[in-house]
Structure formats: C-alpha cells, structure tokens
Design a protein around this ligand. Structure first.
Ligand code: TYD
Length: 138
C-alpha cells in the first residue's frame, strides 16, 4: 500500500460566480474535485472550545469547506503535521484516505460543510490514534 501524506491534501480553490446580490460556488465531481460525491453533511452549532474529528478514514475522500465562519484543521499522516485555517466558502480542503484530522477553534456560527466520496460506514473509521499509527506504518 502506498501511504498518503499530508502533502497529498490541500486547498482546492472553487469557482465563484459573483453578483451584486451575492455569490455562488458550485462543486462538480471531477470538474472541481477528484471524486464522486456520495454524501454531504455539515457541522453546525459547535460550542466554543469544542473539538471535532479525532479520527482517520481508510478509504474516504472528503472536501471540507467553511460554508460560514472559520475553524482550524490539523492534518497528520503519522510523520508530518499540517495546520490549515478554513474561512472562505470558496476554498475547500481535500483530505485523502489515511490522514488523521482534528478540527478546532470554531468561530461562533461556523458551518463546516463536508462533501464525501462514500456513504457513512463506521468500519471505515480509525478512531484510536495508536491504531492509526499502526495502520499507516504497515
Ligand atoms: P464523527 O464523524 O465522529 O464526527 P466528527 O468527525 O465531526 O467529530 O461522527 C459523529 C457521530 O455522527 C458518530 O456517532 C457517527 C455519526 N455520523 C453519522 O451517522 N453519519 C454521518 O454521515 C456522519 C459524518 C456521522
């Protein structure tokens, strides 16, 4: 298995259709993101100081967007770490499989929109950091 690194993750600038009465960003599989979208979910009403994530996925690909407000994402491949602040609805963070992620510093009213390549499947999660290190070091 070739291991993914935090450098395989990164910001995808999404198109903006700007208008006097507001802007639109559209995301289309393969045109803007390198996977089919099987699921969309969003995090909201995150209390101040709360942390989300704290897991990795074996196969899931995701594009994470701050639809409103801001939050930080820490990515970790078991060797390197990278911290990214998401605060624009037209900047998506691509996260590839095999990357531990933690989300924190949610601003009041932040909405974290996630486009995901697979349906929800608990068996795709690695929720223990020790298990994650074993998984990526095989
Ligand atoms: P989890 O992915 O651990 O949330 P986060 O990464 O934001 O901290 O999911 C939290 C709970 O929600 C967990 O019990 C699984 C459930 N869940 C679903 O049922 N379907 C989904 O699509 C997602 C993302 C989570």
């Amino acid at each position: 298995m070739s291991r993914n690194s935090v450098n395989d993750c990164g910001i995808i600038e999404l198109p903006r259709i700007m208008g006097r009465s507001g802007n639109i960003t559209a995301v289309e599989p393969h045109l803007n993101i390198p996977f089919e979208i099987e699921r969309i979910y969003y995090l909201y009403d995150v209390p101040g100081g709360a942390e989300r994530g704290g897991h990795a996925h074996k196969n899931l690909r995701q594009l994470i967007v701050s639809a409103s407000g801001s939050f930080d994402v820490i990515l970790d491949d078991g060797i390197d770490k990278k911290q990214i602040t998401l605060n624009r609805p037209y900047s998506g963070l691509l996260i590839v499989p095999g990357i531990w992620r933690e989300l924190s510093n949610f601003s009041s009213g932040a909405v974290c929109l996630v486009l995901a390549s697979l349906r929800y499947d608990e068996s795709d999660y690695i929720r223990d950091y020790g298990d994650f290190l074993k998984y990526v070091r095989i």
